[in-house]
Design a protein around this ligand. Structure first.
Ligand SMILES: Cc1cc2nc3c(=O)[nH]c(=O)nc-3n(C[C@H](O)[C@H](O)[C@H](O)COP(=O)(O)O)c2cc1C
Length: 183
């Protein structure tokens, strides 16, 4: 009787591990199919991006402007002009293997009540159709929702997942596990 119990327990453990790791489910997604792309001017969003990558096992890609943004006061003007002109500022390089990713977190500071234009350049420079794009942002107080119309319009064919304004670092872990992407 004891032996039978042991066998059943072993069978259950075996089945559970096959379900978790055997068929390319969440474990595989956490292992290599998540990308965390971000633009950060002052480093706050970069910190959140690193945290998301650590918690999901995703790969990081930094959106680096070809022309660096100037100091803060001038940057306010440059960013405003980019928005007014619907500009698409260039970024360095690109993700080499975008086709490999199912889920793309995209992070940015809120600039002038919206996503920075360079983030739209990034979204439009990649084929995101069929992928889940999950926005996250930091800001001085503006909500993430200010930027979602732009992200939706530029991430053609993607499903937009439940994003977050991550000004409070403590919000990141519960959000990631709520999404089901914790590694
Ligand atoms: C050009 C510019 C525009 C900004 N516009 C806004 C804004 O509209 N609303 C807001 O709450 N914060 C705004 N901020 C503040 C940033 O969103 C905030 O400091 C953010 O956390 C910076 O992230 P980073 O360190 O990743 O660059 C702006 C900052 C800059 C430089």
């Amino acid at each position: 009787m004891k032996m039978k119990h042991k066998m059943i327990t072993l069978a259950a453990v075996f089945l559970a591990s096959v379900c978790s790791f055997g068929f390319g489910g969440r474990a595989e997604a956490a292992g290599g199919k998540i990308l965390v792309a971000y633009f950060s001017y002052q480093g706050h969003t970069a910190g959140v991006a690193r945290e998301i990558a650590a918690q999901t096992g995703g790969d990081l890609f930094e959106i680096v402007p070809v022309t660096p943004y100037p100091g803060y006061d001038e940057c306010l003007d440059v960013a405003k002009a980019e928005k007014n002109n619907n500009a698409r500022p260039a970024f360095e390089g690109n993700v080499e293997n975008m086709a490999d990713y199912d889920v793309v977190f995209v992070g940015y500071p809120i600039w002038w009540y919206d996503a920075p234009m360079i983030v739209l350049t990034f979204l439009e420079s990649n084929d995101l159709s069929g992928k889940t794009v999950i926005p996250f942002a930091t800001s001085g107080g503006s909500p993430l929702s200010d930027s979602l119309d732009s992200v939706r319009a530029s991430a053609a064919g993607a499903t937009i997942g439940e994003g977050i304004l991550a000004n409070d670092a403590g919000d990141v872990a519960p959000w990631i596990s709520g999404l089901g992407y914790a590694k």
